[in-house]
Structure formats: C-alpha cells, structure tokens
Design a protein around this ligand. Structure first.
Ligand SMILES: Cc1cc2nc3c(=O)[nH]c(=O)nc-3n(C[C@H](O)[C@H](O)[C@H](O)COP(=O)(O)OP(=O)(O)OC[C@H]3O[C@@H](n4cnc5c(N)ncnc54)[C@H](O)[C@@H]3O)c2cc1C
Length: 182
C-alpha cells in the first residue's frame, strides 16, 4: 500500500487501529529520484516553525514522514505578553505555547528543526531545493509554507514598539483584557 492509498483508506475509515499501528511501524517512504539516504533530504520541508508549521509537522510525524522544519524564530505575536481565546492556553505567554509545541513535535524521531532563515526555494526534479542563510541547501519531496503574515507597521513613532502590547488589532485576542481601558 503506498502513502496515497494509506491516506485514502484512513480517511474512509477502512483501516483498523491495528492496521494503522502495523503500517506506522513498518512504514517505508516512497521511492524518490533524490537520494533518501542523504541527511539533507526530507519527505516534507516545512518553512515556518510556529503554530501552523508545528501543527503540520505533528500531523506528518504521526504518519512517520521524515520532516524538516526550517524556522527563523520570529512569530508575528512575539511581542504580545499574553495569548487569549485559545482553549487550554488562555492567558499563556506566546513563546511558552511555542516551546511546548516544539517539544511535543520533536519527540517524534522523524522530525528535525533548524533555526534558519530561508532565502530561496527552487523546484527541482523530484521535489524542491531550499536554500537557507549561509547558502546551506536542503532537499525535499514536498514543500509546505507556514510562514505566516508580516504585519506592516505605519511609520509612527512608538507604533511598532507598542504592537501587541498597547496597540492592539484583534478584539478576539485582547478585547476582554482592555475593556473600559484608555
Ligand atoms: C500582536 C498579536 C497578538 C495576537 N494575539 C493572539 C491571541 O491572543 N490569541 C490568538 O489566538 N491569536 C493571537 N494572534 C494571532 C496568532 O499569533 C497567529 O494566528 C499565529 O501566530 C499564526 O501562526 P503561524 O504559524 O501561521 O504564523 P507565525 O506565528 O507568524 O509564524 C511564522 C513563522 O515562520 C517563520 N518564517 C517566516 N518566513 C520565513 C523564512 N523565509 N524562513 C524561515 N522562517 C520563516 C517566522 O520566523 C515565524 O516563526 C496574535 C497576533 C498578533 C500579531
């Protein structure tokens, strides 16, 4: 059974728990024109290792895929002191949520994470070639972009420094905590 068949059967509920455990134990990655013995080869390269990238990595890790996460470590909420409206994590420091998520994901032996800025991506035969800072090159069969969004700050004195602290954009995140405050 190849991976596509496995996923289709899984989605259709056609696999028993025992099937899944057996397949996970004996999983052999599909053949690829790139050499899979190469340490820099991954089945999936994820660019961006914050919440979205880590969530994707965990799903792939459970499928025993060889995953490489490349992350510059600058999530959009890095300045905000507390996170809200996220069940089980209400009031938590965003960096703490990220650290716990990283620890959980990296418990899976097929996942690696590098702190690095990706500067270029190129489609090559059989997949993608990703270039990081310092001209380091990684190869992967699939590429998953989880780079988030970059907030554009107006050129106003103090605005960028106050972003997420006293300059707030999201009532779902911070409405209650700043209610009735000037
Ligand atoms: C000020 C503020 C407060 C917020 N408060 C809340 C809240 O209270 N509750 C809530 O639910 N949500 C909140 N949010 C929203 C929440 O932070 C985002 O929904 C969430 O961070 C999105 O996750 P992400 O993984 O998509 O992107 P991000 O968390 O932004 O992560 C993107 C990652 O990709 C990396 N990256 C980008 N480009 C590259 C590259 N070229 N090479 C390598 N790495 C790269 C970045 O360094 C970063 O680590 C807030 C957002 C902001 C801005």
């Amino acid at each position: 059974m190849n991976r596509q068949e496995f996923l289709r059967n899984l989605a259709l509920g056609a696999l028993s728990l025992q099937n899944v455990e057996e397949l996970a134990t004996h999983w052999v990655p599909e053949k690829n024109t790139m050499t899979q013995q190469n340490e820099s080869f991954s089945e999936v390269i994820i660019i961006g290792g914050s919440y979205a990238g880590l969530a994707a990595a965990m799903a792939l890790a459970v499928l025993c895929a060889k995953v490489l996460i490349l992350d510059a470590g600058e999530p959009c909420n890095r300045q905000t002191p507390h996170s809200h409206n996220f069940l089980t994590q209400d009031g938590q420091v965003p960096a703490h949520i990220g650290a716990v998520a990283r620890a959980e994901v990296l418990q899976y032996p097929t996942v690696r994470l590098r702190k690095i800025w990706v500067s270029a991506v190129q489609a090559v035969e059989g997949g993608f070639q990703v270039t990081g800072a310092g001209a380091e090159v990684f190869q992967g069969k699939k590429l998953l972009l989880a780079t988030g969004v970059k907030d554009q700050m107006p050129d106003l004195p103090g605005f960028a420094e106050s972003w997420g602290i006293s300059v707030l954009h999201c009532p779902y995140c911070h409405g209650y905590e700043v209610k009735s405050k000037n």
